[in-house]
Design a protein around this ligand. Structure first.
Ligand code: PEP
Ligand code: MN
Length: 337
């Protein structure tokens, strides 16, 4: 439920409404801008007497929020959330471009790729240290050594780092060393992990589950936000369909749907969405044209010998070309890097 206050209401009027809700044991989420003032109500709203709330000074309307996600709902917060990562912004008019290898493989590899993607305009370095692989016999990532190498690449380039957390085991190390903590598609509904991340104040990149609906995805964001961490960036990375020519199917409509339903930024990963390097450029362009707040792209300097996802990794030269086009499209959408 939300209470739409008169945009010109006084601090006193807001406080009275908040106090009344707190008295009833409900959580309160205030969102205020120049032209709006919304008091969101979190908790069991079934017994709320909306007629009584309408008697409070400054209250214009009391509306029921039909969707099960509340803090992630645009009704709770009409303006776009902008996530600030070491002064690099994602959301609103700011694009976040996260690029780098699927896996961190060596110091030389990660630093060379980090320098190249930075040169082309990426503002984040991605790279997996803990890898969720379908086969237990595949390369599982360099784990803590991988985190150390990412930090080295950050020292060399200044790029903020994005890397995937697989369990709560190393949460302290991630909070200390990582700038954006990625929750992968396979862990989107690992609710214990989401709850723990909700207790941190780190930006979280929440990828869409392999076969998740948009509502399930937003409910996972809600888990993180319910804990108090509102720094969530969503990432559409393709969903399972019957189509066999691509690894997944990029759900482009998820972008405008999310924009309508939620205030959270949403970026697109055309690499995992398609599974092939030649599809990355067209899908990246389509994503920006559809209103995405950024991209996550796998880039490798030697894809033939990559330890994971070489077939979908673009080389630095192609990444550079993609970035030039992305910048033009971003401008068309009123966004910049
Ligand atoms: C990744 O980004 O390396 C990854 C494993 O992605 P996803 O969780 O989307 O499959
Ligand atoms: Mn990958």
């Amino acid at each position: 439920m939300i209470i739409v206050m008169n945009p010109k209401c006084s601090e006193r009027e807001i406080a009275d409404v908040k106090n009344e809700l707190t008295r009833q044991g409900l959580g309160v989420h205030l969102s205020q801008g120049e032209t709006f003032c919304i008091v969101g109500i979190v908790g069991d709203t079934r017994r709320i007497d909306s007629d009584n709330l309408l008697t409070f000074d400054g209250v214009d309307k009391v509306l029921k929020v039909e969707e099960p996600f509340k803090k992630a709902n645009r009704l709770f917060k009409p303006e776009d959330t902008v996530v600030n990562v070491n002064e690099t912004l994602v959301g609103g008019n700011n694009l976040g471009i996260m690029a780098g290898p699927c896996s961190v493989e060596s110091e030389e590899q990660i630093i060379e790729i980090a320098k190249a993607v930075k040169e082309s305009g990426a503002n984040f370095l991605r790279g997996g240290a803990f890898k969720p692989r379908t086969s237990p016999y595949s390369f599982q990532g360099l784990e803590l050594e991988g985190l150390r190498l990412l930090k080295r690449a950050k020292e060399e380039t200044g790029l903020s780092i994005v890397t995937e957390i697989m369990s709560t085991d190393y949460i302290d190390e991630f909070v200390r060393d990582v700038d954006v903590i990625q929750v992968g598609a396979r862990n989107m509904q690992n609710f214990d992990l989401l709850k723990q991340l909700g207790k941190t104040n780190k930006p979280i990149l929440l990828k869409r589950g392999l076969s998740s609906t948009i509502e399930e995805w937003l409910m996972s964001a809600e888990y993180i936000m319910a804990g108090g961490n509102e720094n969530v960036i969503l990432c559409e990375r393709g969903i399972r369909t019957y189509e066999g020519y691509t690894r997944n199917t990029l759900d482009l409509s998820a972008i405008p749907v999310i924009k309508k339903l939620s205030h959270l930024p949403v970026i697109v990963d055309p690499s995992h969405a398609s599974g092939y390097w030649y599809l990355v450029e067209p899908l990246a362009k389509a994503a920006i044209a559809a209103g995405a707040d950024g991209l996550m792209i796998e880039v490798h300097n030697d894809p033939q010998h990559a330890l994971s996802d070489g077939q979908q990794s673009v080389k630095p030269e192609l990444f550079d070309k993609i970035m030039q086009k992305v910048k033009v499209l971003a401008e068309m959408e009123g966004k910049s890097l």
